[in-house]
Unconditional design. Structure first.
Length: 328
């Protein structure tokens, strides 16, 4: 019999002593501040095997509704709604097996047809990195190096299905600009950020999403890093460059469209060969991604309720806290 998921599952395994007590107390207080949201969130976490498969490598998923997520404009209820929409969409689309694999480690979704270097590929991750900015992460990789990452989640925009992009960033540490220049050259003149946004747009289109919601500078959740000068990316400028339209909430929107047909007659003759190779590379990447989705859908188990969460998980967490305090 599976053990029910409780708030204590969100406590990292390496915590001990006072650190464990502090984090346990924080979770208990937050649960008391948001009792309805907590009960609904725990009910979701206990509703499908996917969550039990994700949590060993993504324990912070449990406390995600209590922390800033995707946009600083979202309240606890908004975060809960977004996360429920995302995981409902994942499960209904048959993506749970793929996401479970991506939570355990990177899943290669496609190998890119570069000019000469066969080492470029796109990998999917879930939950382990950029976890405050999206549930799914596509990363352009070259060997063991990250070139570019995009974090996104399924969401609702009014009555329309959408995908929200909360982060689009280059490689951490030094050498990032050089990697991007090399990748652009190898990928037939396509910049890594444009490639990943194009892949997310196609992914959303294939799964019935109408548009992307792109988080603006003023709504980013990495406020502490921005204040310390560690984050310099101008998202507003980037989204505008990609043709996105501004929204009243400070974010941007861009259609989830299929890859347009290549019109060589509109391209200068000296650039047609590169444009054709770039288009062929994208078509092959899209086909490989669709194959991964189809494989996941063929493996997907029917949605089944594995445990109904009630107030008991809160008592379980409180019991763990009492045990560490020595209270009987």
């Amino acid at each position: 019999m599976n053990h029910p998921i409780t708030l204590c599952w969100g406590l990292r395994a390496e915590l001990a002593g006072l650190a464990y007590l502090r984090e346990s107390l924080k979770l208990s207080v937050r649960a008391l501040l948001y009792p309805r949201q907590t009960a609904r969130w725990l009910s979701l976490l206990n509703s499908h095997p996917l969550f039990g498969q994700m949590l060993p490598s993504c324990p912070r998923l449990v406390n995600k509704i209590y922390r800033s997520y995707f946009s600083t404009r979202l309240r606890c209820q908004d975060r809960l709604d977004l996360l429920q929409t995302h995981y409902d969409s994942v499960i209904k689309a048959g993506l749970a097996p793929l996401v479970a694999r991506a939570a355990r480690g990177p899943v290669e979704v496609c190998r890119l047809q570069a000019r000469a270097d066969p080492g470029y590929r796109i990998e999917l991750r879930a939950g382990a990195v950029l976890c405050r900015e999206g549930e799914l992460i596509l990363q352009l990789m070259h060997g063991a190096d990250v070139v570019q990452s995009v974090a996104f989640s399924f969401m609702r925009d009014g009555d329309r299905a959408a995908i929200g992009i909360g982060c689009l960033q280059g490689a951490p540490g030094g050498g990032g600009l050089e990697r991007i220049r090399d990748a652009t050259r190898e990928l037939h003149g396509m910049r890594p950020k444009n490639l990943l946004v194009r892949m997310v747009r196609q992914f959303g289109h294939d799964l019935g999403c109408e548009q992307l919601v792109l988080v603006g500078n003023g709504n980013r959740v990495v406020t502490a890093s921005m204040r310390r000068g560690k984050v310099h990316a101008d998202y507003d400028g980037l989204w505008q460059e990609l043709g996105a339209a501004s929204r009243p909430d400070g974010n941007y929107r861009l259609a989830c469209e299929a890859l347009p047909t290549l019109k060589l007659e509109e391209i200068a003759s000296k650039k047609r060969s590169e444009a054709r190779k770039r288009h062929e590379m994208l078509l092959a990447a899209i086909a490989a991604t669709r194959s991964q989705v189809a494989r996941s859908q063929s493996e997907a188990a029917p949605l089944r309720l594995v445990h109904s969460a009630t107030a008991a998980p809160l008592r379980t967490c409180a019991g763990a806290l009492q045990a560490h305090l020595g209270v009987k």
